[in-house]
Structures are given as C-alpha cells and as structure tokens.
Design a protein around this ligand. Structure first.
Ligand code: ATP
Length: 615
C-alpha cells in the first residue's frame, strides 16, 4: 500500500526564514572552523618569537611566509613549520620584510574581510533570531485567524462563518415553526434596515434563544445569518472567561468592534449563562472577571447607535440564572422559546437528516418519531447517523428500519455491552427484576406501555425495561406519578418474592421513587391536605455553578415530620400495590423471566401476547 505523508504539513515554506537559518548555520560553522591564521596543521607548528622568525628570514632559511592580521606563519627550508604572533599595528615594512610584490615567498592573507562577515553574522545572530521568533508568532496568530498567541490575548475568539460556504437556511430547521416566525422579522430587518428606520421602528438589539440542549438554538442563529446573508460571529460565553481579570471585557469590546465594522451583522453568544449569571452571587472563583465581562456586554449593547444593524443573539438552557440587567428592554428583551420537538416535528427533523442517506423504501419515519418522545433535534440527528454507521458496518446498501430502531435504543439507553460477563445466578435475578417492573407497570392504569424488556447490559444498567409514551404529554397527574412508583417498585418486589431477599440493583429505583414522592408532597402540594395543605415546601435556587440547590428549610420541625410521614405513606402504598400485582401474577412473572433468560430481549408484541394467552 502506498504510504501517505502527514497531510497537515505546510507545503509552502517561508524563503526568508529558510535563508536566515542557512545564514545562521553558516555563521556557526564559520566560527567553529575559523582558521586561526595558520596555513598548517596546528600540531605541526612551533611557536617562536617574531625576532627569531625574522632572523630566519634574513638568513634565507625560510621557504614560504604567510602573513595574516594576527600571525606570521612560515615554512623553513628544512620542512619545519613555525608561527609567530604579529602585532596588529605592525605593517610589512615595519617588520623588516620585503614588499610581497617583489618577494615571492611572502603571501599576504586577507582574513580581515572574511572575518568581517563572520563577525557581522555572529553579532547580528541574536537580532535575527528575535526577528524570526516574532515573524513566527505573528504568522501563527495570522494562521489561526487571530485566535491564539500572545498578541491576540485580548482579541475576541469569535468564529466567523463564511456566508457563501456555510449557508444555513430556515429550510434546514424542521419544526420549531413559532421560533422561526418570531425571528423572521429579524431577517427582514437585516435585509431592509432602512424600511424600519424610516418608520421609526426599533428592532430588538438582543434576542435570547431559550431551550433545552440540542433543540437547534445555534442552528436558528445561523439560519438567521444565512437568510439575511450577513456575517455571523459566533462565540461561546465560556470563551470570554480567562484567568486574568479584564481579558473577557477586552474580548467583548473587540467582538463588538469587529461586528460593527462588518454591519449589518449578527453576534451569537452561546451559553450566555457562563458569563451572564446574576452579579453579586458571591461564591466561585473568577467572579470579578465574569462581572467585568458582563458589564462590558451591557455597555456595548447600550452603546449601539439606533441605526447600527448589529443584532446580538444569545442562547441559554437556563434563563432563570441570568442577570436581570441583561433581560431588561434595550438588551435581551425578546425571548424565543425552542422546545423539544413534538411528534410531527420529530418526523420532519428525521426527514431533514435522512436527506443525504439511502433509506430502504419501507422505512417509516413516523413510527420512529412516535418512539422518540423526549428526543431533541441533536438526538434525532445522532439516531440517523448511528443507523447509517450500523448499516455500513453490516455492508448494507440502504439503511433499514431495524438499523434505525437499534440506533434509537443506543441513543436513549447507551450502547449494548455484550462483552460483560454476568453469572447465571445474577442473570436470573436481573431477569426477574426487569419482568417485575414490566408486569407492575402493565397492571397500572397510567403507566406508559412496555416497549421492550432486555437483560443485555447497556451503559451502567445491567438490564432495562423500556416504557415508551405513545404521545407527547406536558402534564403529569397525581395518579400517573403514583403508578410510576408502582412500576419502579416492581423490580425489588419481584426479587423479594422469588429469592426471599433484595439486592443492591434496586438502589436507583428507590432513589427515583423517593424523589417522586418528595416532589409530590413538597413541590406539587399532593400531600394530605388536612396535615400539610396545598403548600410548597421545596424552594429551589441555583448556586454559582448553576446546579440546583435546596435552600434553607422554611418550615417547623413538626411540618418536617409530617412531610416525611406523607412521603413514607406514598412510597409504602406504591410498594403494597406492586406486591399485590406481582403476587397475583407470580406464575406469569416466572414464565416471562424464564423466556427472557433465553431470549435476552422481549418486545412489546411478545410481552402483550402473554396477557392475551392468560385472558
Ligand atoms: P446547545 O444548547 O447544547 O448548544 P443547541 O440548542 O444550540 O444546543 P444546536 O447546536 O443548534 O443545538 O443543534 C445541534 C444539532 O441538532 C444541529 O446541528 C442540527 O443538526 C440538529 N438539530 C437540532 N434541532 C434541529 C431542527 N429543528 N431541525 C433540524 N436539525 C436540528
């Protein structure tokens, strides 16, 4: 096979630096091999005083004399080599030597001129090296679009998208119709600013795109730039934050300056919460730096002239942590919410990401969209990509429905870890645990239908029971949460009924059950009305890092006791219901578990078939 060289080597070398390196090398070599005024090998030469040498000259004992600016070297008729130090000031006549024009044995060697160049090079070497270093640094900074290097420390690190190469349009965004509608006027403003200025209309300076991760906030920002055909400067909030105070602010200044120069333009600040958190929240390092950066953004946004066609878009998943000053009119006063896509939108997103892929004719994207409740646009893109990779691995020509189904599982549950060796006894426990969840959930009214049961471990889980909603819902009822707790208890209850004891495998279930019960009592007012009343006891706040923290208790010890009691009652009730269901269906639990041990996976259809048989 033909070997390929590294592709990222620069193919054009700078001739200037190349010559400089040669010159410096030459100077070094010249210095190293510099003749010390001798035409003979050093070891053959005898040092004698100049008077003795001149005596030999006068006595015609010399065959050849070579004079340079430091030494007089001579060869005697007997073949001896001698050398004497010459005083620089002394010229040939002073020395008592004949004019070399007449005296053929005398040779004058002009080392001074050659030494001049060597000395010049050696003297200039440090300066040349410095120049080379500076040239190298400025080149590097230039190559990286000013993104790094000491000269660009205070420069903004915004990526600029070439509107001709990276043209994103609204067509690339599937679903998100309301968000697109809201930003459409921004595009119109950027295209025809005069129309708006004439009528005295003010277009918002800042637009905050709010939504969960991966819902297409960046995509929308790029589409606005693409549709309006204006430059797009994209930067992440965290890129402003450096170790040194003031760097962030200087980067903000630079970013706005560049954008104004290229107006009409769009500045996009992703993850604005990294710098836009409420000021004065106290904890955390780099606090001053963050505040200064935020202040600079506020100043820059205030400083826009009314007709400056620069629009700042910012994205965040946590608008609640943002500083109020950022959100007031004149700054990010318009919010565009982008939610997780619904069934219809998911189908459209899947279609967008299938465009450049070969799908089998019978692939039903609607079916996949119904299986992917809660997936973001980025997840769906990932699903289609995983499906394509899987079909390539299997050397298939087209992507089949199966490939996409497997990709959905992989994206939501993690990749299957088939290499994990689990012993027979533990596999048996896992199978009963999972079937316990499935049967408990199946016999409740409000649990989502069982989609799949598997004892192939995925990610950190040893087995999985996958309940899949059939439609998008936006509310959770009290009974639904109770039923969810029943199905979560199923695994642990099954272990106890079959093996007489429980294992650590149920710890995550218990954690989730407790969280649901606590939220029901403390956040949703679903506790005993007479004891607690419809009161919220759970006050959430976010710390500096954005992580939700529980604030100080604002209720009495007695209320705390009542809350605990109410939580315990809910958890206990759910466990009792689950035990009742599994005791009634003990034979079914054993049968399905046995089949699961053999098959490793049980599909929704196979699972439902057991109940048809029973009825
Ligand atoms: P984050 O909050 O994590 O920065 P984001 O909301 O900015 O995420 P994007 O980076 O815009 O999300 O989206 C990631 C990818 O998901 C996009 O490149 C796009 O391919 C895909 N995607 C998301 N939403 C959509 C959509 N509505 N239509 C088509 N593709 C989408």
């Amino acid at each position: 096979m033909k070997k390929q060289g590294p592709k990222n080597l620069p193919n054009k070398r700078n001739p200037f630096s190349f010559l400089l390196i040669i010159a410096l090398l030459g100077a070094g070599l010249a210095l190293f091999f510099q003749p010390e005024g001798s035409i003979f090998k050093k070891e053959d030469v005898e040092n004698i005083p100049i008077s003795q040498l001149l005596q030999k000259y006068r006595a015609n004992e010399l065959e050849k004399i070579v004079i340079d600016d430091q030494t007089i070297t001579a060869k005697t008729i007997d073949g001896e080599n001698v050398v004497s130090i010459r005083e620089l000031s002394s010229n040939i006549k002073d020395l008592g030597l004949n004019d070399p024009e007449i005296e053929t044995i005398v040779e004058i060697k002009d080392t001074a001129s050659s030494k001049f160049w060597v000395n010049l090079l050696i003297g200039a070497a440090p300066f040349l090296l410095l120049i080379m270093f500076l040239v190298f640094l400025s080149k590097r900074a230039g190559n990286m679009g000013g993104e790094s290097g000491p000269f660009s420390f205070g420069k903004s690190r915004a990526k600029t998208y070439d509107k001709t190469k990276h043209k994103t349009s609204f067509e690339d965004i599937a679903g998100a119709e309301e968000a697109k509608e809201e930003v459409f006027e921004i595009v119109d403003f950027l295209k025809h600013p005069k129309k708006y200025h004439k009528s005295g209309a003010k277009i918002p300076k800042g637009i905050l795109l709010v939504g969960p991760p991966g819902t297409g906030k960046t995509l929308i920002a790029r589409a606005i730039a693409g549709e309006a055909s204006v430059p797009f400067f994209s930067v992440s909030g965290s890129e402003f934050v450096e170790m040194f105070v003031g760097v962030g602010a200087s980067r903000v200044r630079d970013l706005f300056k560049t954008a104004k120069k290229n107006a009409p333009a769009i500045i996009f600040i992703d993850e604005i919460d990294a710098i836009g958190k409420q000021r004065g929240s106290g904890s955390g390092g780099g606090h001053d730096e963050r505040e200064q950066t935020l202040n600079q953004i506020l100043t820059e946004m205030d400083g826009f002239e009314p007709d400056a066609s620069v629009i700042v878009l910012a994205a965040t998943n946590r608008p609640d942590v943002l500083d109020k000053a950022l959100l007031r009119p004149g700054r990010f006063d318009r919010r565009v919410h982008i939610d997780l896509p619904d069934m219809n939108a998911r189908e459209k997103i899947l279609a967008v990401h299938s465009k450049n892929k070969h799908l089998e004719k019978n692939v039903d994207l609607k079916k996949i969209s119904s299986k992917t409740v809660g997936f973001s646009g980025a997840d769906l893109e990932n699903v289609m990509n995983e499906a394509a990779i899987s079909s390539v691995k299997q050397r298939k020509k087209d992507i089949a429905q199966d490939d996409i189904d497997n990709a959905v599982e992989k994206v939501s549950l993690g990749p299957a870890r088939k290499s994990r060796r689990i012993n027979k006894k533990e596999r048996n426990i896992i199978a009963h645990h999972e079937v316990g969840h499935a049967i408990s959930g199946h016999f409740t009214k409000n649990c989502e239908p069982v989609h799949k049961i598997s004892i192939i471990s995925r990610g950190g889980a040893l087995g999985v029971t996958w309940f899949l909603p059939t439609e998008d819902t936006y509310l959770n009822s009290e009974q639904k949460m109770k039923d969810e707790m029943v199905s979560l208890h199923g695994g642990r209850v099954a272990e106890r009924l079959i093996f007489g004891q429980t294992t650590t495998g149920a710890s995550n279930d218990l954690e989730r059950i407790t969280n649901i019960a606590r939220s029901m009592i403390m956040t949703y007012g679903m506790g005993d009305e007479k004891q607690l009343g419809p009161v919220v006891f759970h006050k959430k706040s976010r710390g500096f890092s954005g992580i939700e923290i529980e604030s100080e208790k604002e209720f009495s010890e007695n209320t705390a006791r009542l809350i605990d009691k109410n939580v315990q009652i809910l958890v206990q009730e759910a466990e009792d219901t689950s035990t009742k269901i599994l005791k009634t269906n003990l034979q079914l639990l054993k049968t399905i578990s046995k089949d699961l041990l053999e098959k490793e996976n049980i599909s929704q259809k196979e699972f439902l078939a057991y109940f048809e048989k029973k009825s």
